[in-house]
Design a protein around this ligand. Structure first.
Ligand code: NAP
Length: 137
């Protein structure tokens, strides 16, 4: 049901949350690593299905590339896009090009080195009510 584009710091955090909710998300990313780990109250393996193209039954595409990379992933979005960025203009670009797009606020602080992400600051993920299924997961 969930796809992620961009498996960097934020993408890995989102994948970890989805794993905890029982999902193994499909992921399209640029540089692939042999394994993905998160340091967050211990060290946990992140489970993802790395693919070149998200399957059509993905209901929500969670976008976790930097704002300046948004243009490069527009043709990879399947169904409803939800943009997790601090940069400016990403969600507006998605809405303009795809006709739909939701913005999420994420106030966690993470640092990434290759396939390992460390949570340095616990924050919140705030989503619009129209994508409550994403918020629930
Ligand atoms: N880091 C934080 O603490 C934090 C907190 C809140 C919000 N944010 C925001 O979240 C967004 C993502 O930040 P981040 O820290 O997660 O960045 P990041 O670690 O650089 O992750 C971005 C990921 O997107 C991938 N990517 C770039 N272009 C792509 C493409 N065309 N197709 C597929 N994957 C692509 C990158 O691949 P490569 O590995 O090849 O570069 C990388 O895996 C930013 O807007 C940032 O401001 C960050």
């Amino acid at each position: 049901m969930f796809g992620i584009i961009g498996l960097g710091g934020v993408g890995m955090l989102l994948a970890h949350f989805l794993n905890n909710a029982g999902y193994v998300p499909y992921v399209v990313t640029r540089t692939r690593y042999s394994r993905y780990l998160i340091k967050f109250g211990g060290e946990h393996e992140i489970r993802v299905r790395l693919v070149d193209k998200l399957p059509s039954d993905v209901k929500y595409t969670l976008i976790a590339v930097k704002a300046y990379d948004t243009e490069s992933i527009i043709d990879k979005v399947v169904n409803t896009p939800v943009v997790f960025q601090n940069g400016i203009g990403g969600v507006e670009l998605i809405r303009e090009r795809l006709g739909v797009g939701y913005g999420a606020v994420i106030t966690y602080g993470v640092t990434r080195s290759e396939g390992t992400v460390e949570v340095r600051g616990v924050g919140e993920v705030i989503l619009p009510s129209s994508v409550s299924e994403v918020a629930d997961a």
